[in-house]
Write a protein that binds this ligand. Sequence first.
Ligand SMILES: NC(=O)c1ccc[n+]([C@@H]2O[C@H](COP(=O)([O-])OP(=O)(O)OC[C@H]3O[C@@H](n4cnc5c(N)ncnc54)[C@H](O)[C@@H]3O)[C@@H](O)[C@H]2O)c1
Length: 366
Amino acid sequence: MPTVKVRVAVNGYGVIGKRVADAVVAQDDMELVGVADIAPDYRLRVAAERGYPIFASVEDRRAALEAAGLQVCGSFDDLLGAADIVVDCTPKKVGASNKPRYEQAGVRAIFQGGESHELAGFSFVAQVNYAEAIGRPFARVVSCNTTALCRVVHAFSSRGWSRRARAVLMRRATDPWESHVNGMINTAIPETKVPSHQGPDAQTVIPGLDIVTMAGSGPYNLSHLHFLMVETTRPVGLDELRDALWQEPRLAFVRATDGLGALNSVMELMRDLRRPRGDMWEVAIWEDSLASDGRELYLTMQVHNESIVIPESIDAIRALTGIEHDSGRSMEKTDASLGIVKSFLPTTSPAPTALPAPGREKVEAK
Ligand SMILES: NC(=O)c1ccc[n+]([C@@H]2O[C@H](COP(=O)([O-])OP(=O)(O)OC[C@H]3O[C@@H](n4cnc5c(N)ncnc54)[C@H](O)[C@@H]3O)[C@@H](O)[C@H]2O)c1
């Protein structure tokens, strides 16, 4: 066990922040020095049940937290003073207004996908660009959809296969905790801006990638559904496609023939596997819908928006603080601590080919 632990603060204890906090606690090289928020509702009170030190992100919210019975451990400046790095999980654009506070306190900061690339100057997906993040003061973990696209496309771009990628994203309407507030019913809403933000966002992580995304959202809240088409630089057969996906970290196959034919059944599997909050940190790819016509590859995949960026947030902590320079070692540590797998049902679903278990030796990015 490491003798010196990185001291981590989490600002914003919502969908992403509470998962990041739990994941930090699961690392043997990190210490959660506190979580901060402005809302004294059940979420922060669960943090109190877990024994996490609680801080008010904004001083004039401190009284409201205390009135709810929360023991506030100090000012936000006290929290930043006790931290080496803060993971900002506040709502879109709030992170940007927090950056000067982090700079003033001299702490490194990780922002989430609601913030712009320019805010942090660096956009992160662990298996793509960990080495470039080492020692940086700031990084942005890209959005859930962009993280998924980068992980999957990296399996092809790192092999020099990707000529152009096109993806259609059917996004969830809202998150489960706020479905009573922001849900939609009996409709689907196409985004009229093409490309949708995820394509340009993926290019901030994989420079030069030819990718266009179109998106819309529908009346469900379990996760996102992606259809990805990749034109390849040479014919790539189905076996090669399967092998490349098998070797790429944090992707896992599901099969409709196993009864996993829809978003809800895959999430039910996560609950059956007794995962915390039913989370799925991996991108689930339908193995039985993989296709290749010698010119293009076709993939259908599921992205659990609430949890997919949690492993990246943990790896980003190691990269920015420099406690681990090896991306493979960091990812392995993160995966082992959270329970991230290559196969959801390894006893009954053997590897897709006679390949050895996936290693972390990466094919160098082209
Ligand atoms: N929800 C998702 O599916 C998802 C997926 C990937 C990335 N993200 C990104 O993660 C970030 C956080 O999103 P979320 O879904 O967790 O939001 P959320 O609304 O669930 O949580 C945000 C939390 O921040 C708190 N907050 C609000 N203003 C604050 C302030 N000034 N200071 C401190 N805390 C404040 C809120 O009370 C809330 O607890 C955003 O950038 C979002 O785009 C969200």
